[in-house]
Each structure stands twice: as C-alpha cells, then as structure tokens.
Design a protein. Structure first.
Length: 350
C-alpha cells in the first residue's frame, strides 16, 4: 500500500512552524479507544491523569546537524552523516550526492568563511550506495562541536526559521542528551522541565531510552512508500536494565505505560518478544513493523498530529483504528488544533 492513499488535507493556517514560546501551553486531545470518545483538554490535565507508579517513557536522542556541503576540487558535494562507525578514528557512514563523482581515495574539503577548516577522505563504499568517510586531523568530540557550526539539520520544508546554531535549541527536547540521530522525536518539544518535575513529585516514573534514527527513516521520508522501507538494522537502540525492570513491573501490575512519540512506542513493542527475558538491550535494530500490529505493552501514546501521507500517520492510524483517526483529525480541524512537529498533542489510550 502506498502511504499517499492515506492522504488527509490539513489547512495551512493550522500548521505550527515554531514551538510554543511558553512550553506546556499546547493543547491536548485525548482519544479513549475503548470508549470511542474524544476529550479536549490542556497539558495540565496529565498531572491528574497519571498516577503513582505509572510510567512515562521518552527518547533522549539529540539530533545531529548531519548535512554538510564540501568540495572535491571545484565540484560541490552534498553529504549526510548517517552514523559513526569508529569514534577513535572519526570514521562515518554517509550518503553523498552526486555519488557517481566520488571514488575511494578521493578527498573532500569543507570551508567556513572561505577558509579550509576540515578535510576528509573516502575509504570505502557501502551496500546502500553510500560511502565510508574518514575525517582527518580532528578527534570525535571536536568534530561534533564543529558540526554545530558548519552542519545543518534535516528539517521539514515548512519550517520557516533559519537553519543555524542559534536555533538548534528550538529543535531539541530539553531532555535530549545523547548525540547521534538524523531526526528528532518532537512530541516532547513543547513539554517543559517543570512538567516532568511535577509528574515526578506525584511519583510517576520517567524513563529515558536512547533511539537514534538512521538511514531507514531517511529512505522512508524520501520515497514515501512503506514497502520501500529499507529492512536493515540501521537504527540504534539502548534500553538499560532499570527501564526493562520497571516496564516489566508496570506491565504485570497493569499500570499506565505511556510512550512519548511513535518511535518510542515502536522501540518498546519491538523488544516485547524478549522484554521479560533480557536485562538490557543495546544495538542496531529496524523499527519497521508490519501493519496491522498487536500493541500489547504500551497502553498510552503521547504524540503530535502527524503528516497524513506518512508512515507514522499509518502507525498512528493502526494504533487508534483507521476509522477513528479520521474522526480524530476532523475533530482537530474543527477545534483549530495545531498540527505537525511543533503543534498540539494527542494522547491515545487503548
């Protein structure tokens, strides 16, 4: 099935192009799947909704300014960093365009204010038509700092703020700590530190996992067909022992287990075959799932209103029920909810 068959027209005036200046000011729609009812609330309602020992799981990945522009002699080269392969030697897997001009042994140089500040060398090819590149004479930590000066984020084309260092903080969740993702799970971008402090005061447990999005999501966004989705283990997931233990306990005692963002939902569900057997998970996975899917661990999902013609809208429709998602979006338009990355939030209870 092509994702475009799930197209749903959203009025342009309902698309937020910037986060709320005051976090926690966004609105909240709640859909109760069992009762098939929609409720209109604000974020403050969640302080009453979550109880003692409920779990709130969030992704602490930090988006990397992974788009670079370099030069092979006088030819302009566009480069996207996919993942770090070797920190000690600063070696990365990349996508390069135009790839036909790039051969093993070629050198690509990067400039800032017309000054050469970085050089690299192609050392291998990849099976996905990318290149393995080594950045020369710079260590990993200094290279990451440099990326925040010369690199650019992969952003939706409707964003209207300048892709520069001073705006990167607007495109990060405040709890983003682990650098390495091509894209950011923005469902938490309008949630403040104070929001989570108040929940912790009620003894709601806040769990952090690390999920870095790799080439799979990049392919998905570019080709817009989920059957094209590259079924490779290209995304990095780290769930520690404490998270697994608390999820097991909450599941057995039927507490609320809420995932912030769809990729957090998929991360937990993909581990469920082993969730009661492993003490931790750290490694590469693929977050593609076949739909329809039986969601059994995560019983609450907090997310934004996704693009209707995307894979993640398809997941949201599967989680809510396709007929239900149409009603939810109609209701959101009727009551002027803000859509997409910087918009209002949707809580789905199953």
């Amino acid at each position: 099935m092509k994702i475009k068959n799930l197209y749903f027209k959203i009025p342009k005036y309902l698309i937020n192009t910037f986060p709320y200046l005051i976090k926690d000011n966004c609105r909240l729609m709640i859909f109760d799947k069992k009762k098939n009812k929609i409720y209109h609330k604000t974020i403050n309602f969640l302080f009453k909704y979550f109880k003692h020992n409920d779990l709130l799981i969030r992704n602490n990945t930090k988006v990397l300014p992974c788009k670079l522009t370099g030069y092979k002699n006088s030819s302009k080269i566009s480069l996207i960093l996919l993942k770090n392969i070797n920190k000690s030697n600063n070696i990365w897997e990349t996508l390069i365009y135009p790839a036909r001009k790039i051969r093993i042994g070629n050198q690509i140089n990067f400039f800032y204010n017309k000054q050469l500040i970085l050089s690299s060398k192609i050392i291998d090819n990849t099976s996905s038509k990318g290149r393995i590149i080594k950045f020369l004479d710079i260590n990993y930590n200094d290279f990451i700092k440099l990326l925040y000066e010369i690199g650019h984020l992969i952003l939706p084309n409707y964003f209207n703020f300048i892709n520069s260092y001073k705006n990167y903080n607007y495109y990060q969740n405040f709890y983003s700590k682990k650098v390495g993702s091509l894209f950011l799970p923005t469902s938490g971008i309008n949630l403040s530190k104070y929001f989570f402090i108040k929940l912790k005061y009620k003894h709601v447990k806040i769990l952090d996992i690390t999920y870095h999005f790799g080439i799979n999501l990049y392919n998905l966004l570019n080709y817009n067909n989920y059957y094209f989705f590259n079924k490779l283990n290209s995304d990095f997931l780290n769930i520690n022992y404490n998270c697994i233990k608390l999820i097991n306990n909450a599941y057995k005692k039927k507490y609320k287990i809420c995932a912030i963002d769809i990729n957090t939902l998929l991360s937990i569900e993909l581990c469920k075959s082993n969730i009661f057997n492993i003490i931790k998970f750290k490694g590469l996975i693929n977050n593609f799932i076949d739909i329809p899917y039986n969601y059994t661990i995560v019983n609450n999902l907090l997310t934004y209103f996704h693009y209707p013609n995307t894979y993640y809208f398809h997941i949201l429709a599967d989680y809510c029920g396709y007929n239900n998602i149409i009603n939810i979006y109609n209701e959101a338009i009727k009551y002027n909810y803000s859509f997409f990355y910087f918009g209002d939030l949707l809580l789905v209870k199953i």
